[in-house]
Design a protein around this ligand. Structure first.
Ligand code: NIG
Ligand code: FE
Length: 420
């Protein structure tokens, strides 16, 4: 549903452009005081100083009005890496990790991803859609207007298809509160029925799953990791996917330094994600090839791992995006506020770079920077109005939700105004 709306009495803080901002350009945020935003049929027609807005535009349509009370509007956030569709939960694993168990050893014992695969294979469609609706509702309250969602908890054709169809249904609902970008992650783990036969599982993905799921996913992703899908299998899979028209993403260098960043550059992937242990050469090559570095600080935090080297990427001239990695295992959190706090406090990103990473660069990481990710004429009217009038509140209100109103296609999709 698309609306005509005027947001008045507002300030604007936004990156500008239709491609990712790289290196020091990430810090360039366009600020407008005393602004007005005019939205026609869900698209921004004017965003700038109120005094410069053409009077005829204001009279041209019937509008809904939002008075922002002098507050700050930023682009709706783009959560460009999530595993949104899954059965069951894994709180016990979290408690084992608190006692010293490691993510990979739990996975090698048949827990981890395989445990969510078992739960997803046996979940009813109602369980899946109820849980998805709940998670999406929380995201939208935090200002998210575009989310990437991966399959990867089926690891067989019927269940991968079910996950991608759930993603499609969410996108196609006429009242959907956000854009949804589907990613096929059949290479998330080797399922038990293929244990010890990784290459055969990759063959199965290439010959049976990729062709069957082509219309349902925009991206193909792989968990490129030691003892999961190593470089050769990842390369083979991604080359086949690219041949079939998928765009590419990688879970790269998350647990150990494997050369995932370099592989992403070699294959011209749209993004490589995690990158906690990326090599300097991987950083250099990704910057050179324009691969977006999608960093996921909530996962590092939840796994007690070192944060990804955001400053090194920015200094190398790369584009950095930030996302939550919401999933039932390594990081059961979709918290945008905590992502902002960790990026600013622990990854030494400036507040401006953090905003760019969560909006325009996130949009570039899902191939949508021409449509969303900034507040400017011609873009989809996806906007988060904050409680405050200043960008500095974003990390300062630590881990708390600064968003008052979320607007998608010009329509109010979350209103957090106090009810007391
Ligand atoms: O991005 N590392 C691989 N995949 C997910 C975790 C999935 C899970 O534990 O269920 C991640 O961290
Ligand atoms: Fe992930």
């Amino acid at each position: 549903m698309k609306e005509n709306r005027i947001i008045k009495n507002v300030k604007i803080a936004t990156p500008l452009g239709h491609t990712a901002l790289k290196g020091e350009a990430m810090g360039k945020i366009h600020l407008v005081d005393d602004a007005i935003i005019v939205i026609v049929d869900g698209v921004i027609e004017y965003a700038g100083p109120e005094k410069d807005c053409p009077a005829e535009l204001l009279a041209l349509h019937a509008y809904e009005y939002t008075d922002a009370g002098g507050r700050l509007a930023v682009p709706g956030f783009v959560d460009s890496h999530t595993h949104l569709i899954f059965g069951g939960f894994r709180p016990d694993e979290f408690s084992w990790r608190l006692k010293g168990d490691s993510y990979m050893s739990i996975m090698e014992r048949g827990g981890g991803i395989q445990s969510t695969v078992n739960a997803t294979r046996s979940a009813s469609p109602e369980e899946i859609s109820e849980k998805t609706a709940w998670l999406v509702g929380r995201m939208v309250e935090m200002g998210v207007t575009t989310v990437e969602a991966k399959s990867g908890y089926g690891l067989d054709l019927p269940t991968e298809k079910m996950q991608l169809e759930a993603i499609r249904d969410l996108q196609e609902r006429p009242d959907s509160p956000l854009n949804v970008v589907p990613t096929f992650l059949g290479a998330h783990a080797v399922p038990t029925e293929f244990k010890g036969r990784t290459a055969e599982y990759v063959d199965h993905i290439i010959s049976d799953m990729l062709p069957a799921l082509k219309g349902l996913a925009k991206f193909c992703d792989v968990f490129c990791e030691k003892n999961v899908f190593e470089l050769e299998d990842s390369r083979r899979l991604l080359l086949a996917a690219r041949e079939m028209g998928y765009e590419l993403k990688l879970h790269a260098d998350e647990i150990v330094t494997l050369g995932g960043g370099e592989l992403a550059a070699e294959l011209n992937a749209v993004s490589a994600d995690h990158l906690l242990h990326v090599s300097d050469e991987g950083i250099r090559r990704m910057a050179e090839e324009g691969v977006v570095a999608t960093l996921l600080p909530l996962t590092a935090f939840a796994l007690k791992e070192p944060f990804a080297p955001a400053r090194k990427f920015i200094e190398a001239g790369a584009a950095v995006a930030l996302a939550t990695d919401l999933n039932p295992g390594s990081c059961f959190s979709g918290s945008i506020p905590l992502t902002i706090a960790l990026a600013c406090i622990h990854m030494n990103m400036s507040i401006e770079e953090t905003l760019t990473a969560l909006t325009l660069n996130g949009a570039a990481a899902v191939g949508m920077a021409d449509k969303v990710g900034s507040i400017e004429k011609g873009k989809q009217a996806d906007i988060a109005i904050l409680e405050f009038d200043n960008l500095n509140y974003l990390p300062y209100y630590v881990g708390m939700n600064c968003v008052r109103t979320t607007i998608h296609n010009g329509r109010i999709v979350a209103d957090n105004q106090p009810k007391i």
